[in-house]
Design a protein around this ligand. Structure first.
Ligand code: 5GP
Length: 191
């Protein structure tokens, strides 16, 4: 049976637990020697405490980002709460040519753009158990000021309203179950 490498769209509102789910997913994928990697995006947002350039993001200036847009360096990019975020086309092309799947952890606009360009790309939306729970988690994280939290909650509403456009939806009722569901989807889609 031949293995298919794919772009995998992974979206969900800020605070839903995407980072934790992916961390555990990659632990399992590594143990099983699955060929799948995380696409490190570029962003113009300021790094949060503990974030490392080249691991979590490539933190670049607005000017550098706009230069890359003009050079067509992004597979997709979007403006999210006043900052640019984008996926490197060179990186994803290289992986796919090397039989390696790539997980794109991206927001709604970028996700919809990738779905249009790559109808074969499976899309996964992570849902919070409830909106109230999402607000609690976002506030509990203590990494953003009130204005940013309100903006993110507002964006989250729109994202959840569009979640029916995704092929798969996973409700994050518990990390381990969510990770298992994600892994099963990955296996099914890359078989
Ligand atoms: P954060 O600032 O919390 O790291 O990310 C904000 C949002 O931007 C999240 O929903 C995240 O998934 C999304 N994001 C991160 N990288 C990219 C990217 O390259 N493209 C797009 N469209 N969204 C991204």
């Amino acid at each position: 049976m031949s293995k298919k490498s794919k772009l995998i769209i992974f979206t969900g509102p800020s605070g839903v637990g995407k980072g934790t789910i992916l961390e555990k997913f990659f632990d399992i994928a590594k143990k099983n020697n699955n060929k799948v990697v995380y696409s490190i995006s570029s962003t113009t947002r300021q790094p949060r405490a503990g974030e490392i350039n080249g691991k979590h993001y490539f933190f670049i200036s607005k000017e550098e980002f706009e230069k890359k847009i003009n050079e067509n360096a992004f597979l997709e990019w979007a403006l999210y709460n006043g900052n640019y975020y984008g996926t490197s086309k060179e990186f994803t092309d290289k992986c796919l040519n090397n039989d390696t799947s790539v997980i794109l952890e991206i927001e709604l606009q970028g996700a919809l753009n990738v779905m249009k360009k790559y109808p074969d790309a499976p899309s996964i939306f992570i849902m919070p158990p409830s909106f109230e729970e999402l607000e609690k988690r976002l506030r509990g994280r203590n990494t953003e000021d009130e204005e940013t939290i309100l903006k993110r909650l507002n964006t989250a509403k729109t994202e959840i309203e569009n979640s029916n456009k995704f092929k798969y939806r996973i409700v994050n009722n518990g990390i381990d179950e969510a990770v298992e569901e994600l892994y099963q989807i990955f296996i099914r889609e890359t078989k």
